[in-house]
Ligand binder design. Sequence first.
Ligand code: 13P
Ligand code: SF4
Length: 329
Amino acid sequence: MEFTPEIKKATQPIYQKISKTIPEIEWSTHAPYIYEINKLKKEKNAVILAHNYQTPEIYHGISDFSADSLALAVEAAKTKADIIVMCGVHFMAETAKLMSPNKKVLLPDMRAGCSLSSSITGEDVRKLKKQNPGVPVVSYVNTSADVKAETDVCCTSANAVKIVNSLGVKKVIFLPDDYLAKYVASQTDVEIISWKGTCEVHEKFNDTEINEIRKNNPGIKVIAHPECPPDVINASDFTGSTSGMIKYVKDNQPEKVMMVTECSMSDNVQVDNPNVKFIRPCNLCPHMKRITLPKILDCLKNETNEIIMSDETIEKARKSVERMAEIGR
Ligand code: 13P
Ligand code: SF4
């Protein structure tokens, strides 16, 4: 697509904001797509929801709302748009469809999965329930609709402890992230039965790396996502969801910070916090990175890659998400 003078002028205010993150030569490739997508979404009354791990040209260039997975689910329920384009992974698009079953929900690349979501099936949950009769099931939203259909209440990293405590029981089955389960267990008296799922991005971090960075950067604040292994969480100053981490930086304005999470977070948060220095060892989520501007334009233009679920699955799975939304953050 051509980077015309008209497109350059129209996209200039966006570029001014992110010029420190995206080199000018790269901008000439992104800008025509940003221009077209922003035009088309108005024509079609579409809303673009983006997870915090999306690249800066998506996060700052075209998204109407960018957030953690809890806020994306709540926003999907509220939106007045006819079409929701989910710039995130498959479970996020499915969750949006559960919250807004009458809307058209599009995912720019259907292959954008999640190692946690693919670690467990509805059948696995049924077996666990048989082995633990009467024990309620709390599932991370990073699961398929089939798993959600077998779940009493969903949670995200932003409210996992609150949701587990809200049930008023002695024991819960908590799926599928073993590290998040360990983190929740460290914050509650409720006994946790977990599953062996892990996030392929966060499991790669370790405390040796963090201690080394601390040694070389005295005073640095280390903030970690709860999908990290326990040694990483113990070596950190703060643990929270992606939006929790963003809020920590905004509120505390540390001189130097390391966000122990997916790479795009630091790029995105740097834009709004120019005085904070980001030390950036990070890991890429290959699923999140499948979402690109050309794919977003294509799926919005042709209304392809629609999330389709049977009424029965929607009916069964949405209750657990709605219950989570009622309990909140
Ligand atoms: P958040 O709910 O914290 O945004 O996390 C979602 C996710 O997939 C993290 O890897
Ligand atoms: Fe899934 Fe991990 Fe990617 Fe989040 S970062 S979408 S948990 S694989």
